[in-house]
Design a protein around this ligand. Structure first.
Ligand code: SF4
Length: 97
């Protein structure tokens, strides 16, 4: 099952034990868009089709938590995937480059 992480519905997963009932780990779409814009202002950004390809891969990855966070690097994938220089930190076999 694929899901879009761009401006669409993201299935909410159960929080990890460390975050459960302690922190609000969700981030609004507006705030995420602002973070992506700020990050890509000073660094080269990928085109939309590559961005969507990367996020589609993240959406199907067991390392994605809360629909936003990569468990292997702690990054917001919507921000990380936008930057040309970014790589996927999936152990031993990056899922996107
Ligand atoms: S390991 Fe790679 S594909 Fe998986 S969530 Fe992290 S950045 Fe995305």
């Amino acid at each position: 099952m694929k899901s879009s992480l761009i401006g669409g519905h993201v299935e909410r997963q159960a929080p990890c034990k460390g975050c459960e009932d302690q922190y609000d780990v969700q981030i609004s779409e507006a705030k995420m868009a602002r973070l992506v814009e700020l990050a890509s202002r000073s660094r080269p950004a990928v085109e939309d089709d590559e961005y969507e390809r990367r996020l589609s891969t993240c959406a199907d990855c067991p390392g994605l938590k809360y629909g936003t966070t990569c468990r292997y690097c702690g990054c917001l994938v919507q921000v990380r995937a936008k930057l040309t220089e970014s790589t996927c930190p999936f152990p031993y076999e990056p899922r996107w480059t």
